[in-house]
Write a protein that binds this ligand. Sequence first.
Ligand code: AMP
Ligand code: MG
Length: 304
Amino acid sequence: MGTLFEITAYGAERQATAQAVEDAFAVIGRADDVMSHYREESDLMRLNRRAAQEAVPVPADLYAVLSEAIKYGELSGGAFDVTVGPLVRLWNRAGETARLPSSEQIREARAQVGFRSVRLLPGTRVRFARTGVEVNLGGIGKGWAVDRAADLLRGRGIRTALINAGASTFYALGHGPDGTGWAVAVRDPCRTESTLATIRLREGSLSTSAGYERYWEIEGERYGHIIDPRSGWPVEPLAGVTVTAPAATESDALSTAVFVLGAEEGEALLRRLGRRGLLIERADGVCRAHEVGKFTSILSAERE
Ligand code: AMP
Ligand code: MG
């Protein structure tokens, strides 16, 4: 998944706790084998190559994450789109050559995007309704892997742990070592070496989407890695978005969706789903967080 995962866990028995953490990393490794777009032989890449021609049987995990991704596509009115692959590829190339794509190229790539072309068939088989479809799980996959690692730790009786996927998605088991919640820092997108808010995470997840995480530098401008599937252009209506939810798959998908939707529609989506978040806006080079839900700089994302 192109990132670093970190697990902190507390347990009564050193050996068993260490083993649980080891096995949680194996679960994350397996998720990477299934849905990485950095590996040609991942199940996801195989799906992308074949599903326009035939119904492709996929592992249950991949089927489930696709079904979640489609759900957030629907909920966000297409702002979150798991078939954004052709646009990501186009902008990757633009980044490598340091030249903006032409409007014709953007139009062509945009025409291939649309999550409704992904058909989930019985027997965990998947078929694309047309050619050119390319699934990219970059907006949801880390969250999914974090949830599976959390399931494993919980299953082993671990009650206090924090899983961190590249500082963009966190999942907290329990209330942290001192019982006040796991302290998770939200970076200031305007001054990435400083912290904008510290959130106390308890039994739940937190995800951040921001332009500073990954970007392309083209013709002297920075373009963030999150693309509006409707325009085909990288968007940055907000400097950053942090969302909390009971599960990391949800917070991951929602932070990406809200980032695309911007302040107004993004807030409406969070309120409709009863989720909390920080919408970070940049004005005159200064970043300010607008809270959605009962959300101070200290937050508890209680499990529902
Ligand atoms: P995140 O960091 O979770 O917000 O996810 C960003 C990643 O998701 C990007 O690097 C792309 O791989 C992918 N992506 C970009 N734009 C979108 C979008 N509109 N919907 C879903 N995934 C996207
Ligand atoms: Mg995301």
